[in-house]
Design a protein around this ligand. Sequence first.
Ligand code: ADE
Length: 227
Amino acid sequence: MARVPVKLVKWNDIVEWSRGLAKLIIESGYKPSIIIAVARGGYVPARLLADFLGVENMISIQSQHWTEAAKAAEKAILKFPFRVDLRGYKALLVDDIIDTGETVLLAKRYIENEWKPDELRVAALQWISPIAKLKPDYYYLEVKEWVWFQYPWTRLEDTMQFINRMLRETAKEKGVKEFTYEEIKSLCREWYNIEVEDFYYREALDMLLKKGILVKRGNKYIVVINS
Ligand code: ADE
């Protein structure tokens, strides 16, 4: 796993971007009567948009990537394909980011065909324009080069995955399998160029211990290699 480029997104950024996005929607004259959050990434931006746009009705749909045998063969699936009648509603489908666009496209098609709102538009905080198969009707930031945005709502999950990959790679490349807490933190800084609050490293490491991915001996975290 290569060292992916990462950008840390702060809570304040999210509020600012959501406000900016709400403004674009208002200026366009579109007045949604229901907001649909794409779970899970769209929840927080969708809730903020509901606040800034004064929309009371909210619902969500979980569209996500399903890892088949290999990571490369990912395809989007709807986790709970329930039905609801949205005839008479003007809907706004909201996600945090349109990356490949596959998850949102799947949700959009399903909603149009099965929920049948009078109108459905798509909004996202960020749109990775060179990659995405879908251009949202509204976006706040266009991203020209792919980056992993470390959003506040995946801080722990991401930290855990970053640590796991980083330690595994280091064990493979350098043969070093034992790390202190401070070494892990400084490796994280070096690999991902971001720094999160201390408790995220602590909790991520506790989770990796609980999962049996790491074991602790004295003050060292040791990578468990399953061959
Ligand atoms: N989810 C899908 N693509 C993403 C990206 N580039 N950054 C953060 N979250 C994502």
